[in-house]
Design a protein around this ligand. Sequence first.
Ligand SMILES: Cc1ncc(COP(=O)(O)O)c(C=O)c1O
Length: 378
Amino acid sequence: MSTWRLECGACGEEVSRRGATVCPSCRKPLLARYDLGSLDGPALREAWATRRGSMWRFRELMPVEDDEAPVTLGEGETPLLEVSVPGDAADLRLFVKDEGQNPTGSFKDRGLSAAVTRATLDGAREFVIPSAGNAGAALAAYASRAGIPTQLFIPEDTPEGVARRCEHYGARIERVDGLIDECGRRSAEYAERTGAFNVSTLKEPYRIEGKKTMMLEIVEALGWEPPDAIVYPTGGGTGLIGSWKTLDELRELGLISGGTRLYSVQADGCAPIVRAWSDGSADAPKWEDASTEAWGLRVPGALGDFLILRALRETEGGAVSVSDEAMRDGARRLGAAGIGACIEGGATLAAAEALRRSGDLAAGERVVLFNTAHVLTY
Ligand SMILES: Cc1ncc(COP(=O)(O)O)c(C=O)c1O
């Protein structure tokens, strides 16, 4: 039985669940809080092990009631692959969570399956999202699965193939002269004008709930021994915040002890979280003139900046930026290990190597890299 309430991640205000977006008082992201005390952790672990088919096998920690059906395309259950890559990270135990193997080719499927499920149950009649491509394709696919139309706002310079992929799943597309933040403004206006539900990153509480299943699967695959560290390619940060949340929930359920250090990787040309981390700030001011080939990382300002930074601090992790060239090289070397890595996935290998050189990661540690999309999505 799943039951949850929503609270503001900044001011803690409790907010009514139906059609929830952001905190009505401070406009910051909302977080779902489950009644963990009413759940039997070991019994859940057994039940989860007997279920297969999608990330919804973890439904007790997800935003659906027992009698509600999720909007699913079989997302999740992606492999955690141990890899051996020559170079500065060669003495780590490296694993890749290969999220390219999701229905539309990226980890965005998890978050959008959860968000579309909840919004559809709450009566949404149209969706809108700003996207660099992967979230747009995922939203369109899940919305179409639910029989609901999607409007996308994408940056003008989005490659034609990426836009086509979104259209394939039934999205209407408008190209915007600007980056993702300008697309975000246009999406908010559109939602205001038409009543469409805005599924923009952290403008609703449930994409985090879908993304957090990545960490549930990782911990389960490692025999309920959380990894020493994860390296996450960070744009808006939903997966990172979700991973942090999962670890807390599993600890509270008595299913794990100990922790995992969370590390963010961003691009040298757009690194607001890395800059805020090294300045010791609690939030991350907007990065001007953002530029990187890693579209998923070209996010100059994240609504959940304060949550990302809190997650890094509380887990004793950190943040590092890498060049586009190092990301491309990382993706190529993961490719040589058989992984269909996108450039953001390549960034995690480059970052793990930088963190090993700096001594943040120690020889023999179990470190999980996130390959967030398939190379073919580009
Ligand atoms: C391939 C890829 N990796 C990483 C990211 C960043 O993810 P998040 O917004 O969860 O930080 C994105 C977001 O667009 C993406 O498409």
